[in-house]
Design a protein around this ligand. Structure first.
Ligand code: UDP
Ligand code: MG
Length: 224
């Protein structure tokens, strides 16, 4: 049976990062024995993201683009990517180069061992301590406590999923972070792998502290 993989990349104003990311992804996937597509979702960028993506898609048959009409948010972008993907395995990754494509084989290794969801864990995270890492610690603790599904790093976008666990689930708000818990409730076998994390080189983070409240609200929606 053919092994197929879709890499889903939500993008909002990342014009400086996506060429290099695309190259890093190509370098990684050429060594995989998976039939792989990359799906970039342009989530209402106002910079040159679309132009760069058009060039990449024109030159690479494995590169698809979805253009959203406005900035709907990272969760909606990921949802659009899932919907338009065809791989049996789905991997989500950030577009800003903070996640490293070189970790993708590590995630796939766990899938091949029989896990259904493999969650990246940014153990050595390169983000500000008080404004980002601390709120994230609290959020991870709270999500783990309320869902009963214990993970160190819900917020890490770099994760792998078996397609069947994502297909029938509508996500909105900030819910993509809660996907592993949802999958676990459906009977998925979960594991974590430590992944590397890099400082943001270009552009800036799209989030402030208010995100944590939105994540908590979605947590209650999911739970009840
Ligand atoms: N992103 C998006 N839509 C948004 C906000 C962010 O598609 O409305 C993308 C962004 O381009 C990046 C990823 O989601 O690829 C994570 O965003 P960011 O790096 O700003 O989050 P952080 O790493 O600071 O948590
Ligand atoms: Mg980032």
């Amino acid at each position: 049976m053919e092994k197929s993989l879709s890499i889903i990349i939500p993008v909002h104003n990342e014009q400086e990062s996506i060429k290099r990311l695309h190259k890093e992804l190509q370098d990684t996937i050429k060594n995989l024995d998976y039939n792989t597509e990359m799906i970039f979702i342009n989530d209402g960028s106002t910079d040159d993201t679309q132009k760069t993506l058009n060039e990449l898609a024109a030159e690479n048959h494995n590169t698809k683009i979805i253009q959203l009409a406005r900035n709907y948010g990272q969760t909606a972008a990921i949802a659009a990517g899932i919907k338009n993907s065809s791989g049996k395995i789905l991997i989500t990754i950030d577009a800003d180069l903070q996640n490293n494509p070189r970790d993708i084989p590590k995630l796939l290794e766990q899938i091949e061992l029989g896990y259904d969801v493999v969650s990246g864990w940014r153990k050595d995270r390169k983000d500000p301590l008080v404004s980002r890492q601390l709120p994230s610690k609290i959020a991870n603790w709270l999500i783990s406590f309320l869902t009963g599904v214990k993970l160190h790093d819900y917020g890490c976008t770099l994760k792998a999923y078996r397609r069947e666990f994502l297909e029938n689930f509508a996500i909105y708000g900030e819910m993509h972070r809660l996907l592993p818990a949802y999958c676990a409730w459906q009977g998925a076998k979960l594991t974590e792998v430590v992944v590397s994390h890099r400082q943001r080189l270009y552009g800036k983070s799209k989030y402030g502290l208010s995100r944590i409240f939105k994540v908590i609200l979605d947590l209650f929606v999911l739970k009840f």
